[in-house]
Design a protein around this ligand. Structure first.
Ligand code: SF4
Ligand code: SF4
Length: 250
């Protein structure tokens, strides 16, 4: 695989692209990848595959400590044969297509976002990533970035990924040397092992310490997205002392 990343600016915010089984490159891009999963990717993948987050992490991923500015990264584990196929690829395409990771959805667009502290909304930048083997650029369909994002169902990915990026690029320090190892375990559980985080919320003193509205507590029992919102707020509170999660007065 050619690992060069030929980035190109978007011309008038539009690009030509289509991906379909009729192309000779079909599924060529689903191999030998270094695909870092975000918390929202894992939420969607484990639910699609019908496993809990702990089993998903064991079976499908490799952990790389320290890779996200000191925080651990989780990579989708490629197959071990020569072409190193993605575990989700089949001859007829992606078997988890509706829940594929954000990086697979957004291709061929690259997205960067930046948010300064105190700024409500992240600023977005887009560019085209023209992989040399990809024939999709020769297809006539025209897209704008906005239309592509809508078509690929990127909205919830952008929301959760921006919240999470705010944590892994946070300027604050997670604390003393002694605290770091414990905080990395907290980070791992809250970001990647959501079913374990749910047990932590409901089986520890968590709900006696934090003032969470009853309605949200009820939803978090079964709604993973609601739980992930809480886990990211809790991390900002625990790692950097942000005030988004109110403590009970007592
Ligand atoms: S290489 Fe490009 S066109 Fe071919 S399958 Fe992958 S994304 Fe689609
Ligand atoms: S998750 Fe699906 S779309 Fe992404 S690399 Fe694997 S097979 Fe391809």
């Amino acid at each position: 695989m050619d690992h060069r990343q030929p980035f190109e600016y978007l011309d008038n915010n539009t690009f030509s692209f289509a991906c379909h089984p009729g192309l000779s490159c079909f599924t060529e891009c689903c191999r030998d990848l270094r695909l870092a999963l975000t918390p929202y990717d894992i939420l969607r993948l484990k639910n699609k595959l019908g496993v809990n987050s702990g089993d998903f992490l064991d079976q499908y991923t490799t952990v790389k400590p320290g890779e996200h500015n000191g925080f651990p990264a989780v990579l989708l584990k490629m197959g071990e044969d020569e072409v190193r196929p993605c575990p989700c690829v089949t001859p007829s395409g992606c078997r988890i297509y509706e829940d594929r990771p954000g990086a697979c959805r957004i291709y061929p667009i690259g997205r960067a976002s930046s948010r300064t502290q105190g700024q409500e909304q992240a600023r977005e930048f887009h560019f085209v990533v023209k992989e040399p083997h990809c024939q999709g650029f020769n297809e006539p369909e025209q897209w704008t970035v906005e239309h592509w994002a809508l078509d690929q169902g990127l909205k919830p990915y952008s929301f959760f990924n921006d919240e999470w990026t705010g944590i892994i690029t946070h300027k604050g320090s997670p604390g003393s040397e002694e605290a770091i190892s414990r905080k990395m375990q907290m980070f791992f559980m809250a970001c990647y092992d959501l079913d374990q985080f749910r047990r932590f919320v409901f089986e520890s003193t968590f709900l006696r310490r934090f003032d969470i509205p009853e309605e949200i507590i009820k939803r978090m029992k079964t709604d993973d997205e609601e739980l992930l919102k809480l886990s990211l707020l809790w991390l900002k509170f625990s790692l950097f002392g942000e005030k988004g999660l109110p403590l009970r007065p007592e």
